[in-house]
Write a protein that binds this ligand. Sequence first.
Ligand SMILES: [Zn+2]
Length: 259
Amino acid sequence: MIDTHSHIFVEAFDDDRDEVLRRAAEAGVELLLCPAIDSASHEALIRTAAEHPGVCLPMMGVHPTAINDNPDWERELEIVEKHLADPPAGGFYAIGEVGLDLHWSRDFLAEQTEAFERQIELALQYDLPLAIHVRDAWPEMHAVLEKHAGRGLRGVMHAFSGNFEDYLRVRSAGDFVLGMGGSATYKKNRWRGLLPRIDMAHVVLETDCPWLTPEPFRGERNEPSYLTYIRDSAAEILRIPPAELDRLTTENARRIFGV
Ligand SMILES: [Zn+2]
């Protein structure tokens, strides 16, 4: 399995990161794609990737909520550009996580959109996929992606929260796959209705650890080994063997991230 969205570098894992990664390997998680958040955590991200080469694969980018209330948000972009121009050994595997988040405030839509579009240009410049975060901003997200349709964009709509129409629209804008995480394990969740209608070439697994914890650990810290619960829930929804779900989603992740 590949955890396509894993914040394993954050403080929540500082006391037992090696142990957590050992459990992940034992559970069959071979690779972790690690999305950047902002300049305050880039160092931890790059250090964690260097300590676990070939296992923790770093992305680079600035998260949309790091733009809110930040008069220096353009400085964040400059730092991202610097890292991309001078990458660590092994390089970066995606631009992420980037996108639009209007959940906390709508006041920074213009700034978030500009930051997102500048990072779309970086994805094209470096020929990297995007890890895209969308929260309470689907119409705005479609407007941006459709503006850049046909330019060869690819990536993951992380923690996909849209409906079937949103799926069709992102597919028509680029080679975007849907990131399925802990919510797939909840009794009531959108994946039950959605997953059977979606082409299985367009789904990847993710934990978004330490957040978005799946059942039966909801409320606790999330970790990459819990990807098995997400895989099993998805396999149950589709009535296919978990090993088959694993094979399909791993293949998709390998294709999108080039790993
Ligand atoms: Zn994330």
